[in-house]
Unconditional design. Sequence first.
Length: 287
Amino acid sequence: MITDTTKGIYLGIIAAVSIAIMGVFVKLIGTSQSNFTILFFRFIISLLILLPIMFKDKSFSFKIKFPYQLSVRMIFGFLAIALYFYAIQHIELVNAILLESSYPIFVPLVIYILTRNKTNKKVILGILISFIGIIIVLKPGSDIFQPVSVIALLAGVCASISYVFLKMMLFKDKTQMLNLLFYFFLFGSIVPIPFMIFDMKPIDTYQWFYLVGVGIFGYGYQYLMTKALQLASVRIISPLIYISVIAGGCFDWLIWSVTPSYFTLVGTIVTILGGVFVIINRNQVNT
């Protein structure tokens, strides 16, 4: 029998691939459109996909049960995506994904600050091993030292805060998943509008296709990751995002002819081993 934790792991893996594909579309758009325009389409398309699902669910309610936690989740979740998109537009895709994917490193710190609940030492070791793998992969990339890379890392910090608060709400009430997605997508659709109006450029056929792709795979990532967090611990699910690093490296190679180096291959293996170590010790994780 497949447990909820196992289901959550499967969904987390698919979500990781989805965010990498979303990054590909953002990279293809590049700076031909403003970051706010891309953000608007990412959220509005996700919202349009969610609406029919939401209204078919008889248990759905517009009532906000956790206003404080939801506000923190929306603000930091939006900032994480905005910073991530900006980084993708200016540095190699795999480096942007790697730095944004550092958020599992910050999750235990966020949890400790909020609850004073320490993370199991074996779980911390697994996360650190994964982070070492990321450092190995980053070594050959000269653009990793650009200021934009700091922005990508900040995206990871914001993501860690967002996901911890999301998990807190889902832990209190798992039935709130669609409610939380709805308000997050609505928030993300509204915020970019005033900025987008003054900086929007004509959209050609290819850009329309790319923007729709950003929205569809952005929705897939958000839905699947939220569902994964509904089923399993944030400390188990968060390391799975490292799989997006592998996918991002493959896309960099296939689309932009960025050949993975020896360091990239070794770092990828180390990253996977760290993630597996976390999953093996998942029974000792409570949050």
